[in-house]
Design a protein around this ligand. Sequence first.
Ligand code: PMP
Length: 350
Amino acid sequence: MSKFWSPFVSTLVPYVPGEQPKLTKLIKLNTNENPYGPSPKALAAMRAGLTDDLRLYPDPNSDLLKQAVATYYGVQPNQVFLGNGSDEVLAHVFNALLRHDKPLLFPDISYSFYPVYCGLYGIEFDAIALDEQFQICVEDYARPNGGIIFPNPNAPTGCLLALDAVEQMVTANPDSVVVVDEAYIDFGGETAISLVDRFPNLLVTQTVSKSRSLAGLRVGLAVGHPDLIEALERVKNSFNSYPLDRLAILGATAAFEDRQYFERTCKAVIDSREVLIKQLEAKGFEVLPSAANFIFARHPQHDAAGLAARLREQGVIVRHFKQERIAQFLRISIGTPEHNQALVDGLGDL
Ligand code: PMP
């Protein structure tokens, strides 16, 4: 606290990201990164971009990448918005589309950045409880609201809301923007981007951080009706005209163009997820059904914080949240088969 702060700074409760340890020997299963590197074509495109052109500002509209994303999803470039990671895209979404008088709705167990953005922009919210099975119930969102947002698959549960239920949510709330945060959709879900041409109130966000293994590049995107995109562009161009640098535009474009590598690595993650779930269930864990590159698991006889500490001693880090309803769960990112085996071995005999 300092007398130089703007008054509202002391009211902020910032997001706390998962640990990025300096010790390189640790096996990181705590922040849902992809264990397989980015597409070699993405790396080559960025190497080719290391030229004197870096003295010039990048294209403020990132047209090359907008076109690649539009082609990939079969939409028009004016239906695509880009930002510095989907976190930045979400920040602009909260400001441009979810800042209304009525409360914003999102699940009580959900991405913990949502309440942080609400604090930043002064948005009232109602956290809607997931059901006993940790699922989103569309009927529970039938109440006055200034917008709805949820991750699909949800984080940190990994549970998927089927596409027809997403459509129900969008249909039932024609006067609000419904934002589907699809950071993890490529690991087992079906994107709602197929619905955007029919629903002007639907916005879908995605990222290259997970399924395209480019968390270090910071590129996220939103797809929706051009009117929604225009609102986002207005906020973006009142904040930072150049959120994507030259290398990010080149790397992310090449990543979207390399479907083969993308499909192969997603499949590898999905396959090892299914193996890991069986191994953990054999040890007595209850694992929620996951369509993501992580699983959410609890052991009826062992305290989650204790298990996380035990794993850390074995050189494996996983994520534990203190929030009451999920305090007995561990969120475990899917690694390579070797990483996953180290996790299973690190748990020892339960
Ligand atoms: N949405 C969800 C649900 C997430 O878990 C994350 C990753 N922490 C993000 C969005 C943001 O990812 P990024 O900024 O790397 O695109």
